[in-house]
Structures are given as C-alpha cells and as structure tokens.
Design a protein around this ligand. Structure first.
Ligand code: AMP
Ligand code: GLY
Length: 436
C-alpha cells in the first residue's frame, strides 16, 4: 500500500518511521514534511491545510491511505475532502474534530455520554468569568475555547492573572471555559477509532511546561515516555469503558462518527479518573515515544480505522523496552522561537545504541539542516527500563549542537525515581463520575 502522511512535525516523522517499518507499506510520501522526513521519503511542498491541494496530491500519487497528523488540516476539512473524493483517510471530519477544536462542544459530548471530566463554566464576558472563578475557587483554570496549540490554558493561583487571560481571549473575539482544578498526575491515552470500534495504544505521559520541575509557561510538549509503570493496572480498560467507547458511541449517535485517533488527556485525581481534554489526533511528542515501541504494523491499523474495519479485540504487540523522548526546542520558545540556526551532531546522535532522532521544526538550507520552528527535534531513547531509556535519550541530546536551544533535563525523572503517586485510593476506580 501507498501512504501519504500530512503534516510538518515530529509526530509526522514518527508516523513515517513506523510506516516504513510496516512490511505491507510499499511507499510512503509526506506533505510538506521537514528535513528529517525528506531524508527518508519523498516530500511534497503543499499547504497541508488546503483540502483541495491535499486531495489533488493524494489522487496524483494514487495513495491508498492518507494519514492526517495535525489538528489544523482536520479543522480545515481536509479529511472531508479526501472522503468525498473516495480516498481512505485516517483522521476525523471537520465536524468530528470539534471534539478538539471546541472545548465547549467537547464538554457537551462528555456530559451527554456520561464521561467524567472537570466541572466547567463557559464565559463570554468579564462578569461571567468572575462568576466562574468564584464558583470553583483557586487554583484557577481558564481555557481559550478554541485551537491554541496547547498554549491557551492558564492554571494559576492568581485571580488577576486568570482574569487577564480571560480578558485577552474576549478581546480576541473568543470565549473561555473556566474549570475546577484537577489534582493528580496526567496520562495521555491514544485510542484508534473507525467510528464504532476502538483500539487503545499504550499510555504515555507528556511534559507541558517549558522548564524543569513543571515551571514556566505551557508549550506543545517538551518530552514524553511510555509505558507508565505507575498507573493502576486496569487504567486502559477503565478509560475504554468509561471514556473512549461512550464518546465514540455518542458521536456516532449524533451522526458525526469519529474516525482517527481520539486522544484522551486524563487526570488521575483524588476523586477518580477525569478527562482534561480530547484531541482529534496523535499527541506530539507522546507519539514519538509510543510508536517507537509499537510492533504491530501501523499501516494496517490506520487503514482499518479509515475503512471502518478495526478489530476492537485486537491485542497490539509492543516492544518490552521503555521509550523516552526529549524535545530540543529553539531559544525563546514558546514565545517567538529563533529559527535559521544550523543543527549539528545529528549523525553522531543517531549512531548511539537505542537512540533515534525525529525532526520537528527543521528544514534544509544549502545542504545544511537548520531550525525552522519552536520544537526542533525529539531525541528518542529506547532501553530496558526508565533509567536506561533516559540515559540514552539524554546521551543523544548531548550530541546535538543548536545555538540557544533549550531542553528539559527531568523528562521521566520522577517516574524513574518512583515518585509519582495517584492520589486517593485507586484513581482509576473512582466512581463519583462528576460531569460538566
Ligand atoms: P489542555 O489544553 O486542556 O490540555 O490543557 C493544557 C494543560 O493545562 C493540561 O495538560 C494540564 O496540565 C493543565 N490543565 C488543563 N485543565 C486543567 C484542570 N482542570 N485542572 C488542572 N490542570 C489543568
Ligand atoms: N502533547 C500534547 C498534545 O499533543 O496536545
């Protein structure tokens, strides 16, 4: 089969890499890709969010499957256009992608499906925002009700800061969702769906803040690891039964079946399992860690999801090793990242045992790989257990030379030290099931 992967980032590089390892995939193309993707497959310089351009390319390539990576093309209707052209596509329709693109829509679906999530209050002006803040108290959680690349959320003990964020969203013509604060560790679980059936991947954990110790502003994600040894044994079954399947059923009942990956962003709180957010796509950089371990051929799974023939009973096969992905970001990320700097040490990093490098914001310039975005690379280490996987990933990071770059030094460190605890009894068995 011939597969076209749409998107420019590290997630797409991880998908391309997994597809190249699939014996049933004969050819992989990417659009627009990045320097790392271009080194392994043909790339096509089109606008990934232009439905007509993506469809024309897929037709010309005679692609058997198109995999859409990022949220923007989904929200722009790329999957709808491919579907209308009769081209199998892994990724939800524009309507179904609202599970990610609109936080208030996601809350409605969760409420209707009985999915446990943070209590929430939608505010369109300052008075309503103040009402919401007082309703739940500190710490305050204020979310831009639109797509904000993971950066539209402010969690703060400072009421003025919370109000200022809400005001900035109103000034931009938007609304906000104000939520109760969820305590407890976060888990990302990716669930493949063909619109009716669902198959979970292995859980991962992401690190959203820019600095060590979860300090500083939120980013798209600074690192990830998988599997998670500290989660309750029944977590995946619990999420499938209480979150993923009810959501997929609710979407189908509304006539907007969800095809693609339902990214369940979860908190294991003292009051039980709660959904923090849904995304309509694979997470970045969790995918870089998760797919590094997947042994079941990826192409067949994604094609089955696209064609409505996913086997819900399928047990995926996994590499028993642990994967840790550390993001190397540009200087001044997440504000206004500096770009255009040469990236050194890529071949040296790749030579290390159990290490591979996935490109995100990179491009080729006069035969040289240079930085072209906020998150530049993810260095992935695979090893027997967290200690070895971490030391391999960081040995790879050490090889990379990029002026002004930043990375966290504590990706998966608390897990390695056994410091992560799930509050309360068993977070996954909480049954109070609060709903918005
Ligand atoms: P989101 O864009 O909804 O994923 O939010 C980004 C990050 O903000 C999440 O990964 C959490 O770390 C944090 N966050 C979001 N909602 C809450 C909440 N209700 N309570 C605590 N932290 C939250
Ligand atoms: N890593 C978070 C996300 O992909 O949204």
């Amino acid at each position: 089969m011939k597969v076209l992967v749409v998107g420019p980032g590290g997630r797409e590089h991880a998908i391309v890499r997994a597809l190249l390892a699939d014996p049933y995939v004969e050819e992989v193309h990417a659009a627009p890709g990045n320097a790392g993707i271009a080194a392994v497959v043909p790339v096509h310089p089109i606008d990934a969010s232009d439905p007509a351009a993506v469809t024309a390319l897929a037709r010309r390539l005679e692609a058997d499957l198109v995999v859409v990576g990022p949220e923007a093309p989904l929200a722009a209707g790329v999957a709808d256009a491919l579907d209308a052209a009769g081209i199998p596509v892994f990724g939800p329709s524009k309507e179904a992608a609202r599970l990610e693109a609109s936080k208030s829509f996601a809350k409605q679906v969760m409420a209707a499906a009985g999915v446990p999530t943070a209590m929430a209050h939608v505010a369109a002006n300052r008075a309503e925002a103040e009402e919401g803040l007082d309703m739940f108290g500190a710490p305050y959680v204020v979310k831009d009700d639109g797509l904000a690349a993971g950066k539209g959320v402010v969690v703060t003990g400072d009421r003025d800061e919370a109000l200022a964020h809400a005001q900035a969203c109103f000034d931009a013509g938007g609304t906000v969702v104000i939520e109760e604060f969820l305590d407890g560790p976060e888990v990302s679980l990716f669930v493949l769906s063909d619109g009716r059936h669902a198959v979970p991947l292995a859980p991962a954990q992401d690190f959203k803040r820019i600095f060590d110790g979860d300090a500083g502003p939120n980013t798209g994600g600074m690192g990830a690891y998988s599997p998670l040894e500290w989660v309750p044994e029944n977590l995946v079954e619990d999420v499938m039964a209480r979150v993923a399947q009810p959501t997929i059923d609710e979407m189908a009942a509304r006539g907007i079946p969800f095809t693609g990956v339902l990214y369940c962003g979860l908190a294991l709180t003292s009051r039980g399992l709660r959904v923090i957010e849904f995304n309509a796509r694979f997470g970045d950089p969790e995918t870089q860690a998760v797919l590094a371990r997947l042994k079941t051929p990826l192409g067949g799974l994604l094609l089955a999801a696209a064609k409505g023939s996913l086997d819900a009973g399928e047990q995926l096969r996994w590499d028993p090793r642990t994967a840790v992905a550390v993001v190397v970001a540009a200087g001044n990320y997440p504000d206004a990242p500096r770009t255009g700097d040469p990236i050194l040490g890529l071949p040296e990093a790749e030579l290390l045992e159990g290490v591979h490098v996935l490109h995100a914001g990179t491009r080729e310039q006069e035969g040289e790989v240079v930085s072209a975005g906020g998150r530049v690379l993810a260095v992935v280490g695979l090893g027997d257990g967290l200690a070895e996987a971490r030391s391999r990933a960081y040995a790879g990071v050490e090889q990379i030379g990029l002026d002004g770059s930043q990375h966290r030094t504590d990706i998966a460190l608390r897990a390695e030290r056994g410091e992560i605890t799930v509050p309360g009894t068993s977070a996954a068995s909480g049954t109070d099931g609060a709903n918005a």
